[in-house]
Design a protein around this ligand. Sequence first.
Ligand SMILES: NC(=O)c1ccc[n+]([C@@H]2O[C@H](COP(=O)([O-])OP(=O)(O)OC[C@H]3O[C@@H](n4cnc5c(N)ncnc54)[C@H](OP(=O)(O)O)[C@@H]3O)[C@@H](O)[C@H]2O)c1
Length: 333
Amino acid sequence: MKYRRLGSSGILVSPISLGTMTFGSPVREKEAVKLTHAAIDLGINFIDTANVYEGYDRVLGSPGGVAEEIVGKALRGKRDKVILATKVGAPNGPGPQDVGLSGTTILNALDASLKRLATDYVDLYIIHWPDEHTPLETTLSAMETLYRQGKIRAFGVSNHMAYQLCELLWLADKYGWPKAVSSQIPFSLLKRDFQNDLKFCADYDIGVTPYQVLQGGLLTGKYKRGKPVPKGSRLDESPGWLSYPEDTVLDQLEATESLAGEAALPLSQYSVAWSLAQPAMASLIVGVKSHDQIEDAVEGAKASIPAEILAGQDAITPPPYRHKAPFSRPSQI
Ligand SMILES: NC(=O)c1ccc[n+]([C@@H]2O[C@H](COP(=O)([O-])OP(=O)(O)OC[C@H]3O[C@@H](n4cnc5c(N)ncnc54)[C@H](OP(=O)(O)O)[C@@H]3O)[C@@H](O)[C@H]2O)c1
């Protein structure tokens, strides 16, 4: 396993990170603990959870905590082997302090997470979503407090656009506070909206840790046009979490699978290798339900795709339009 820097934190993380959003349901506790141990045995040292995760049972505003408790149990005696990340900011109750990024919410939420995770620090504390009702200074100063208390080793953001990350970096610089080190965004070869933000992250040493790089399972080749949905798959068990792909998406999946064949890779491993070849990538957060699926992701992280095949992907799932400045300095004067 080749470890990668998590942005300016300098922490080294495995290129695959274990996602835990399905811990609780459909991945029950016993199986989740086994999967976590299997991931560690395979060299995965990065685990992503959140205070709100409770699997398919989650509805917006439900209390969460289930995945963190399971991770806490799985890491008994193994805490020092992993870089542990959890999140704050998404609603986890009906009360006014159960959502957002005020100092009170952040400080209370972390204490509750630490209790469930059975640890006294997290390596990476992540702002789950931006909160437009709280000044950024308030949120950053709460992060600084936690950093000074030793309860967090670094902090990162999720679902932030580059300009929002830029504001956070600028304020941290202004006040001498810790800087965000990572950005967790929805990103895959099928969903490239954030592609143009990757350069910003590379320029400012932000480690990108994308989620849904397998697009919930669509990028594994198991859903085929005209074929029944496989039993026990996400599309079978939880259509609320994954909807049946439209024809245009099926076209893209089929064309991508054939390109993956040119690289002699199954679609799942090609999708992993493609994402890891993008700028600023630190670690891909992958959701898994079985030992085979973790092994498959790890194999994908070892694979590499020849440049001409990588370039061919743009014709199938094009990157978003990149605005160009009207004038720029020629490279040679
Ligand atoms: N920050 C955020 O807002 C945010 C949002 C979403 C997710 N996340 C993080 O990202 C993680 C991953 O998200 P995700 O699980 O939705 O997306 P994903 O990694 O794209 O999809 C994972 C699912 O794909 C299927 N799968 C994985 N490998 C496979 C393989 N080799 N062959 C066949 N099927 C395979 C499994 O589902 P089935 O076997 O059940 O079909 C698995 O649960 C989460 O656990 C969470 O940590 C963060």
